[in-house]
Write a protein that binds this ligand. Structure first.
Ligand SMILES: [Zn+2]
Length: 156
């Protein structure tokens, strides 16, 4: 199944390939934290849309699994969000979820189910009652740290 010989015609607008940092405004981060707290003790999840590492919209999604250790975006919400991003010409810059009782490290399931290698995976966990977040790129089973900037990204 090697695709090494595949030509990449028409792929010149793949701008997000080397995503190295992701920015959230302070208000966006507050909204995410409220969503994560409301979801406790279950994992909570959502999407980030924007361009070039800037976040234009946060989508707070339902965890269809209602589990404290796994998440799955509610399928209809996911389709709606992806359609809106397409209409507005936004990229899926990030996918976030919480680890209510664990570290902000991608689990084996997170890595196995990381279907969007061009998006940042933002994993949030509780540190003495406060949400903290870490962002990684997950590509072919490997993770690469991404700089997550909170409160400095709303220069629009
Ligand atoms: Zn996880």
């Amino acid at each position: 199944m090697s695709k090494c010989g595949e030509t990449k015609a028409g792929d010149g607008n793949k701008v997000n390939f080397e995503l190295m940092q992701l920015a959230l405004s302070a208000d966006q981060w507050v909204a995410i934290c409220a969503h994560l707290t409301a979801g406790l003790p279950e994992e909570a999840c959502g999407l980030l849309a924007g361009r070039a590492g800037q976040t234009h919209k946060v989508y707070l999604m339902t965890n269809a699994r209602h589990s404290p250790t796994r998440y799955e975006m509610e399928p209809r919400e996911l389709v709606q969000a992806l359609e809106e991003m397409d209409e507005r010409d936004w990229e899926l810059t990030g996918i976030f979820h919480s680890h209510p009782a664990g570290p902000p490290t991608p689990s084996p399931a997170d890595i196995a189910e990381a279907y969007y290698p061009d998006s940042a995976y933002v994993i949030c966990s509780l540190d003495r009652g406060e949400w903290q977040a870490r962002a990684v790129e997950i590509r072919e089973g490997r993770t690469l740290e991404i700089e997550l900037r909170i409160g400095t990204g709303d220069a629009t």
